[in-house]
Design a protein around this ligand. Structure first.
Ligand code: HEM
Length: 400
């Protein structure tokens, strides 16, 4: 059996519930939000550690540390929630890849859940109990280690998934089946460095600039905010060329392996150059922060497309394409998906608006309209839970 035949046989026999290329677009777009928030969490986590250890005793850095420690659990919460969306699409259209990778790395994919829970809980403990004066700093350090490890597991899962030609050997090294799932079978360090630490530094830089713009609304110290935004600009200026250069190394390693050097090299080098030029010329980082944020999100979209391009190229080596993935429009699934999306977006919108408004005034006020939206969103969520419960009860008692 060829690798292509194996992949086709592993597809869901029921087919996808919707037109697969549309799900592929959603996969790419939703991943942008996921990677943005998780990299913000990692970046703010490092900044908090830096502020409370190496800059201890400096009032400016105490302010930076408190802000960062507060941002970490918020960003991480959003990162985890927005990770579920691409997960849904990967499982739907790349099921042979995703499940094979999860089986081959079984121990780590199960541990991942506890690693993320630990990372989140510790970040929260530090924010609540330690961020006032930098006590319990070990919780922040351990949280950072766990979060980075979660990113490593994600990276290994993805790397294993796009190398189906090795699966059999990994599953049965030396002719003996290895079901432990403990080996990190595949990875590409330049890709990981590009996607995680460097993107964390850039996400952090942009968020810090954004804070410089946004926190003026509640009348925070303008000198502090200007210094903060300038710090973000400088960080972005230093990291952007390294980002482009590391992307090039990614192209020269993984790109060579899959025959897609130009597909990776051209966009990432252009990104590195554009970002460097932009941050070098940026005059008022706080005032221009919304623009910088948009530019960075567009950059992440470019990276998301490159990632997808590599996967498509890898699968094309075996004559496998998701454009040929069988599908059957399943209105029940689409309805459930559609309503869940509406309810989910309402809840997330509410959370974002609460965060935005609460920090935009000294009193932490949230407008009556947002409170009303919150009541509606949680009501919808409750009703949707109820619907699922009834559906389950109906399936169990009536349909069985
Ligand atoms: C909390 C820490 C996390 C970090 C630092 C992290 C980081 C990453 C990174 C770096 C990638 C890209 C890997 C690569 O292309 O090599 C990725 C992909 C992904 N992550 Fe996360 N992630 C985290 C949590 C989560 C969670 C909790 C979920 C799901 C609920 C999730 C779902 C995904 C999905 C679906 C992908 C795309 C996989 C693919 O395209 O094959 N992540 N993540």
């Amino acid at each position: 059996m060829t690798v292509g035949e194996m992949l086709r046989m592993m597809r869901d026999p029921l087919g996808a519930p919707f037109f697969p290329p549309a799900l592929q677009v959603l996969l790419v777009v939703t991943w942008v939000f996921h990677i943005f928030f998780v990299t913000v969490a990692l970046g703010t986590s490092v900044l908090a550690l830096y502020a409370y250890t190496l800059r201890k005793g400096d009032p400016f850095w105490l302010g930076v540390g408190r802000l960062s420690a507060r941002l970490t659990p918020n960003a991480l919460g959003l990162g985890i929630v927005t990770g579920i969306a691409p997960l849904l699409f990967v499982q739907t259209i790349y099921d042979p890849l995703w499940y094979a990778a999860n089986t081959l790395s079984g121990f780590w994919s199960v541990s991942f859940i506890f690693v993320v829970m630990g990372g989140y809980s510790l970040a929260y403990v530090f924010y609540l109990k330690g961020s006032k004066d930098g006590r319990l700093i070990f919780t922040a350090a351990l949280s950072l280690v766990l979060l980075f490890f979660a990113g490593w597991v994600m990276h290994v899962l993805h790397s294993v998934s796009i190398r189906p030609e090795h699966w059999l050997r990994w599953y049965m090294p030396d002719g003996t089946i290895d079901t432990r799932g403990v080996t990190f079978h595949a990875y590409n360090i330049p890709r990981l460095v590009f996607l995680l630490p460097l993107q964390s530094a850039l996400s952090l830089a942009v968020v810090v600039m954004f804070a410089g713009w946004y926190l003026r609304k509640r009348g925070d110290d303008v000198a502090f905010l200007d210094r903060l935004a300038e710090l973000g600009r400088k960080l972005a200026l230093v990291v952007s060329p390294i980002y482009g250069a590391t992307g090039l190394v990614w192209a020269l390693t993984e790109g060579v392996e899959f025959g897609v050097v130009a597909l990776i090299a051209v966009p990432v080098v252009v990104l590195g150059a554009v970002l460097t030029a932009y941050f070098a010329m940026l005059k008022q980082p706080a005032a221009k922060a919304p623009l910088s944020l948009v530019l960075w999100l567009v950059s992440l979209l470019v990276v998301a497309v490159v990632r997808e391009g590599i996967r498509v190229a890898s699968m094309a080596r075996f004559g496998y394409s998701i454009a040929e993935y069988p599908y059957r429009i399943d209105w029940g699934s689409i309805l459930v998906f559609g309503v869940t999306t509406v309810v989910g977006v309402m809840v997330i919108l509410y959370l974002i608006l609460v965060l935005y408004q609460a920090n935009a005034s000294k009193e932490g006020q949230v407008s009556a309209r947002v409170e009303r939206l919150g009541r509606i969103a949680t009501g919808m969520l409750g009703a949707w839970f109820g619907f699922f419960f009834l559906l389950g009860a109906y399936s169990y008692f009536v349909l069985r």
